[in-house]
Write a protein of this length. Sequence first.
Length: 327
Amino acid sequence: MTKIAIIGAGLSGLSAARFLKDRAEITLFEKARSVSGRISTRRAEPYFFDHGAQYFTARTKAFNDFIQPLINQGLIERWNARYVKFDNGKIIERKNWINDEPRYVGVPGMNKIAKHLAKELNVHINTRIISLKRGDLWQLTDESGQVYSDFDWVISTTPSPQAAELLPKRFIYYEDIKDVKMHACFSLMLGFSESLPLEFEAAHVIHSDLSWIAVNSHKPGRADPFTLMVHSSEKYSEAHIDDDRETVMQHLMNETSNVIGHDVSIANYKTVHGWRYANNVKRKNCHIFLDPDLKLAACGDWCLGGRVEGAFTSAYNLVNAMKDSVL
Ligand SMILES: Cc1cc2nc3c(=O)[nH]c(=O)nc-3n(C[C@H](O)[C@H](O)[C@H](O)COP(=O)(O)OP(=O)(O)OC[C@H]3O[C@@H](n4cnc5c(N)ncnc54)[C@H](O)[C@@H]3O)c2cc1C
């Protein structure tokens, strides 16, 4: 049977593995201590925070078909939040998502989706791949020097800057991938002993160092006390990604208090996480990075514009191209 190594166990890696597992022997390599990548959930008992993807939409038939079994099992539910848009501390738009396009979340946390998809897959966690070599077949080496051999194919599903570090320059799409920039983001997590009286559960923020504020504990299936999840703007994050975290956290807390009109420094749990590669520029067309001569491929949300559905679609399109031409 064809042996395929997939680097990265976020949504794109796990989706590709699920689609290929009946045709090939799949091994996934994930540098983190668990699967999920950016559809992640941080646990800080009694609080839980989805500190990566907040929710997702499903606009293609393929993605709707993919998530339907998870909806049936209660692992994905609609999040019917009261949505607002803030500009300079004022609400300029209101919607109730119960009457709008469905916004979905993993239940009881976003990472539940990845954990479910990883079942019955062969995933090496805590395994950062640092080099790829091809003789007759592919050989992968991790940062501890452990070698994994005899793969016919390698698929990278890491963010584009990490793919550019790992993929050989003779990969036919190397130059294209090297040019795909990704942007940073900070996630501020706040846990409270009592709820704040807000007029919303989901908010976009414009003309601010913030971009998003959510009542994370309002999402379906969350039993934890009141939590807020705040994201910084792309401009602020790019300028401050290497700054001292305490300074960043204080600034984002002050901004949050100003926007929502409540002092969030009373939170009894506070932390900030910096994502160096959170999102990328929106693209309309999904490019397929498949090199049949080298038996090397790459996919990920950055192929289509940095969203959950984009991560899935990039893997779906790549796998279909592989099935049509090389498997
Ligand atoms: C703060 C934030 C907010 C977001 N909000 C939303 C939202 O509301 N809605 C939405 O649709 N999307 C959102 N997104 C984007 C969404 O999370 C991503 O589009 C999607 O999860 C990407 O999946 P992926 O599999 O392509 O990449 P990832 O999830 O990044 O998976 C890649 C995996 O590769 C692993 N890896 C990297 N290098 C190596 C290596 N050398 N060896 C082994 N493993 C490696 C990483 O650890 C990671 O697990 C958000 C992202 C962030 C960070």
